[in-house]
Each structure stands twice: as structure tokens, then as C-alpha cells.
Design a protein around this ligand. Structure first.
Ligand code: ATP
Ligand code: MG
Length: 402
């Protein structure tokens, strides 16, 4: 089975080109190599927008349509809604008990966002806790990878610390010894004795090669011992290393190259800055917005020579047009050979062209909302199977099965 990737997006409004180039495009690519779980992070939307119930409600399915329009394939990806799986909240609560406050307070995005979003009241328990909720989102699916931009690497690091702490505190689940004995009994006697010897040599004498030999033995058992299960391997590896069973898996950050897309004014494209072009923006609106975009402020007259380095339209050329077009634009701008509207036209055309297949696919889904609901339904149940299994292990490990 392919390794699992997990990612989510907050339903706070229509997705824009920044979301596509910065995240969604990559999600689509990942489908080829991983088992992808993508979720609508509606609880996360509430951490900053708790008073905007209408926006969130309206955006949930709109966002799923944007995802499908961009090329997420429901046959390949599991698409679901966070709040439909209360297991996330249960794991969040349980993890919260042993998570030091300082771990959350020192997440870099915490202070950043409080600074940046001054108009919102972010001095809430929910906002402080959201990286831990994210940790629960990731750990509940035993995700191997989480695609992240630089600013979110610290969240994955926190998730790893939380998992490590959990495994350390609760890894020796009740009945661990008995389960180890049962797994050992599935091995030929000599092999079981050999494994025990390696364990002693490793744990008592610290011999690294003993650990390697023991691991090789477990691997051999996995392919040859009758009635062997992956759980048996995990138990014996824990027994061998003295760490117990790994209940929660530490994810790794999947660093991928993504574009930080500027908006119409040259700063990062963002709904909240009013500088965005929606993925499904009407073509006429795209045209209007780009024609009104500011350009090099020093190029006042058509006859003035421009400096592309100071022009937000040039940044769009970097993302949307090809090399010959860029050469033409650079040359034309710096020699006053073309006007700003001339320069904008290929960008307008390229964006409209990129949007065409999105619009087509979106229209098909919009005319058949039941299909979209069904896709989410199927995804949610698929996710639920995994989440339930993890929670059974977690409850058992924490001694919550009465
Ligand atoms: P907005 O910033 O428009 O209000 P949001 O805050 O709801 O949207 P984010 O959580 O900021 O959404 O972004 C969701 C994902 O999209 C993240 O992976 C983020 O890096 C990416 N993203 C958002 N805007 C841009 C952009 N302008 N360029 C590149 N990536 C972006
Ligand atoms: Mg944002």
C-alpha cells in the first residue's frame, strides 16, 4: 500500500489562484504517488472565524467543488469533512491532557497571526490549541507525510513531539507482555530464543548489531511464520527496542516546491487583502481586475520606460506565461516599446485558459450536487474506518476501556 499523505484546507471562502498554485496543484500531483487524505478543516476555520457561521457553511461544498475542479480524483483521494469525524475531537482532548502549554505558545505562527490579524479576537483557547488539533488530524490517520510550506514545518515538528510523548507515556499498552508472548509463540523455538538473546544483548549491553539481527529476525518471521500479522511485527520490534508498541506514528514533513503567488497589488494573494482572483472568477472579471492592476509606479506615461522588477504584472508573467512572452514583455517594457495594457494581455489570456477546464469540471459538479455529497460521504466513511481503529488503540493504551 502507498504511504498516506494528509492535508486540509479551511473553508473560509472561495479558493483563489494562490490556493491553487501554493497547495492544490501539489495535492493533485501527490495523488500519483501516495494514498491521499484531504479534508475540509471546518473546525480550523472556526479557530479564527468562529463568529462567521454563514461563510463556513457556504464554503464547505464550494471548496470541495474547487478541489474536484482542480483535478482531485475521488477514486484516488479520500475527501472528507473534519467535523463529521468526532474522533478528531476525542484525540485532541486526550492529547491536550499531557501537552505542555509552552509547546503551543512557542509555535511561531501563533504570535505571528495574533500580530497580523489584529482585527480579530484571537486570544482564545481554540486558537492557541489549533496546532494540537492539527496534530490530532494527522496522527489519527497515521499519516506518513504532511505536505507543508516553510511556515508550517513547526506544526509537523509539534505533531512529532506529541506522538513521541504519547508513545513514551502509553506505549506499553495493557496486556503488552502477554501479547509479546503470544507473538513469540508463533516463532519456531530456536528463533524465539535467538530473538530474546538479541534483545538482551541490545538492551543490556547496548550492542547495535544485536538490534539489527533482531530486526532481521522479525522481518523473516513476517514473511514465513504462520498466522503472523503486522501487529505481531510491531509488538516484537517494540519488545526488542524496549519502547513498547508504537501507538501513534510520527509523520514527516513533505517539502515540495510551491509558488508563493502575489496578488493584484504585488503582496501575497489573500482573500483578506482583497487582492485575489478566485479560481472560478468570471472571465470578464479576470480581465477587469488585471486591466486595473497597478504597474511600475514610475511609468506614468506610455513613453516612459518601465522597470519590470517593480511591477506586480511582471510577477504574474513569471507564473503564467512562457519564456518567449516574458522576453517580449521585458524588452517591450524597458524600451517603452509596449504599453502596460499590451503587457497585461497575455497574462489575462493565460489565466483564462488555465481556468477553462476548472470551470468545465465545476459546472458538471454544480449541476449534480448529489454527486459531490456522495463523494464526501464515501470519503468520510473511508476516513472513519481508519480513525476508529486508531482511537481503539489510543483508548486501550490510555486505559480507557472499562
Ligand atoms: P486567505 O489567505 O486567502 O485568507 P486562508 O487563510 O483561508 O486564505 P490559508 O490557510 O492561508 O487559507 O491557505 C491555505 C493553503 O493555501 C496553504 O497551504 C497556503 O500556503 C496556500 N496559500 C494561500 N495563499 C497563497 C498564496 N498567495 N500563494 C501560495 N500559496 C498560498
Ligand atoms: Mg491565509
Amino acid at each position: 500500500m502507498n504511504q498516506r499523505v494528509l492535508s486540509g484546507m479551511r473553508p473560509t471562502g472561495a479558493l483563489h489562484l494562490g490556493h491553487y498554485h501554493g497547495a492544490l496543484k501539489n495535492w493533485v500531483r501527490l495523488q500519483a504517488d501516495y494514498e491521499c487524505f484531504y479534508f475540509v478543516a471546518d473546525w480550523h476555520a472556526l479557530t479564527t472565524h468562529y463568529e462567521e457561521r454563514d461563510t463556513i457553511e457556504k464554503s464547505v461544498y464550494d471548496m470541495v467543488v474547487d478541489w474536484l475542479a482542480a483535478g482531485l480524483d475521488p477514486e484516488k483521494s479520500t475527501i472528507f469533512i473534519q467535523s463529521r469525524l468526532p474522533e478528531h475531537a476525542e484525540l485532541f482532548t486526550l492529547l491536550a491532557m499531557g501537552t505542555p502549554l509552552g509547546w503551543l505558545e512557542r509555535v511561531p505562527t501563533y504570535k505571528d497571526q495574533i500580530e497580523k490579524l489584529k482585527d480579530r479576537d484571537l486570544a482564545t483557547y481554540g486558537f492557541l490549541g489549533y496546532p494540537l488539533l492539527q496534530a490530532a488530524d494527522i496522527l489519527i490517520y497515521k499519516a506518513a507525510y504532511v505536505p507543508v510550506g516553510e511556515d508550517q514545518a513547526s506544526h509537523v515538528e509539534l505533531t512529532r513531539e506529541v506522538a513521541r510523548r504519547f508513545n513514551h507515556l502509553y506505549g506499553r499498552m495493557p496486556g503488552f507482555e502477554a501479547k509479546v508472548a503470544a507473538a513469540l509463540a508463533k516463532l519456531p523455538k530456536d528463533d524465539a530464543r535467538y530473538l530474546e538473546k538479541q534483545r538482551r544483548d541490545y538492551q543490556q549491553a547496548g550492542k547495535a548489531e544485536a538490534l539489527a539481527k533482531g530486526e532481521a529476525m522479525v522481518q523473516k518471521a513476517a514473511s514465513s511464520a504462520p498466522g503472523w500479522t503486522p501487529d505481531d511485527s510491531e509488538l516484537l520490534l517494540g519488545h526488542l527496542k524496549g519502547t513498547g508498541k508504537t501507538v501513534l506514528t510520527e509523520p514527516a514533513a513533505l517539502h515540495t516546491e510551491v509558488t508563493k503567488l502575489p496578488g493584484l497589488d504585488g503582496t501575497k494573494m489573500s482573500k483578506s487583502y482583497g487582492n485575489a482572483i478566485a479560481m472560478r472568477e468570471e472571465p470578464a472579471e479576470v480581465e477587469r481586475k488585471i486591466r486595473r492592476m497597478p504597474t511600475d509606479p514610475a511609468r506614468v506615461h506610455r513613453t516612459d520606460k518601465g522597470n519590470p522588477e517593480r511591477c506586480p504584472v511582471w510577477q504574474f508573467h513569471q507564473v503564467f506565461t512562457d519564456e518567449p512572452t516574458r522576453q517580449w514583455a521585458w524588452q517591450g517594457c524597458t524600451t517603452a516599446g509596449i504599453g502596460c495594457l499590451d503587457c497585461k494581455q497575455p497574462v489575462i489570456d493565460a489565466i483564462k485558459k488555465q481556468q477553462e477546464p476548472w470551470r468545465e469540471r465545476a459546472e458538471a459538479y454544480l449541476s449534480n450536487p448529489k454527486q459531490v455529497h456522495w463523494i464526501v460521504e464515501v470519503g468520510t466513511e473511508r476516513a472513519r474506518t481508519v480513525a476508529r481503529e486508531t482511537m481503539r488503540d489510543v483508548r486501550e493504551a490510555m486505559g480507557l476501556v472499562y
